[in-house]
Write a protein that binds this ligand. Structure first.
Ligand SMILES: [Mg+2]
Length: 213
C-alpha cells in the first residue's frame, strides 16, 4: 500500500528569505529601503492591513521594472538548499507549495525552483499601469483557505500537511496542520510549532520533520 502523500507549505518572507522580505528586496533595488522600513513598521507594529500595505507599496514602486524584480529575486538572502529540498519532496511523491502575502509577480518565480504551486497576492505586473486591487491582496486567514484548495487539488488532507513559517501571520496555518516548523522565528510563533529551526539551510529544517530515509 502506498504511503500517505504529504503537502509541504512554505511561507516566503522571513522563512525562505532569511531576515528579509520580497518587499524589502524590491525596495532596495529602487533605493527605497528607508521608505519600506517605515511602511513595514506600520504593518508589523501598528496593525496596518495587508491591502493598505500593498496600496502604499504600489505608490512607492510606481516606476518598478521587471528587470529590477529579477535583480531583487536574484539578490535576496535565500536559505541554502531550497531546490534540493523541493527535489527530495518531489522524489518522495510528496508536494511542495509556497503561500505568501507578497506580490505574485515575485512569488511565482519559485515555480522555476521546483514548487508545485506558488501563491502570492494578486498584483498588476510591472511596469504598473493599473492600481492594486485590494480584493486580490491576501491576509493570514487566506493562507489556510489556499492550503485547503491545494489539498483538494493534490488529493491530500490538511492532516497530511507540514507548514514552515516565521511570524504570527503563520499562526493560523500552524494551528491547522499536524507538523509546523518555526524557521528563524520569534518565540511567539515558536510556541505554536512542533519543531523549531534557526539557521540558513532549509535542508536542516526539513530534516527535522523528514529524517533522511
Ligand atoms: Mg513570513
Amino acid at each position: 500500500m502506498a504511503s500517505v502523500r504529504r503537502l509541504h507549505l512554505f511561507d516566503l518572507d522571513g522563512t525562505l528569505i532569511r531576515g528579509s522580505a520580497a518587499a524589502v528586496e524590491i525596495s532596495r533595488q529602487l533605493g527605497l529601503s528607508a521608505e519600506i522600513a517605515e511602511l513595514e513598521s506600520h504593518f508589523f507594529s501598528r496593525g496596518m492591513a495587508p491591502d493598505e500595505f500593498a496600496v502604499q507599496a504600489r505608490a512607492l514602486w510606481a516606476d518598478l521594472t521587471m528587470e529590477q524584480v529579477s535583480a531583487a529575486f536574484d539578490g535576496a538572502p535565500w536559505l541554502a538548499g531550497i531546490r534540493e529540498v523541493w527535489a527530495d519532496i518531489r522524489s518522495q511523491g510528496d508536494y511542495c507549495a509556497v503561500i505568501s502575502l507578497s506580490p505574485d509577480f515575485f512569488v511565482r518565480r519559485l515555480l522555476d525552483w521546483g514548487a508545485h504551486a506558488a501563491h502570492g497576492s494578486r498584483w498588476p505586473v510591472p511596469p504598473f499601469t493599473e492600481p492594486v486591487d485590494r480584493a486580490g491582496i491576501l491576509n493570514p486567514a487566506a493562507k489556510v483557505e489556499i492550503a485547503n484548495r491545494l489539498c483538494a487539488e493534490f488529493g491530500v488532507s490538511l492532516d497530511d500537511c507540514v507548514a514552515y513559517g516565521d511570524s504570527m501571520s503563520d499562526a493560523e496555518i500552524f494551528a491547522a496542520v499536524p507538523w509546523a516548523v518555526a524557521v528563524n522565528a520569534d518565540h511567539h510563533l515558536s510556541g505554536l510549532a512542533t519543531h523549531t529551526y534557526s539557521g540558513s539551510d532549509l535542508r536542516e529544517a526539513y530534516e527535522l520533520v523528514c529524517p533522511a530515509r
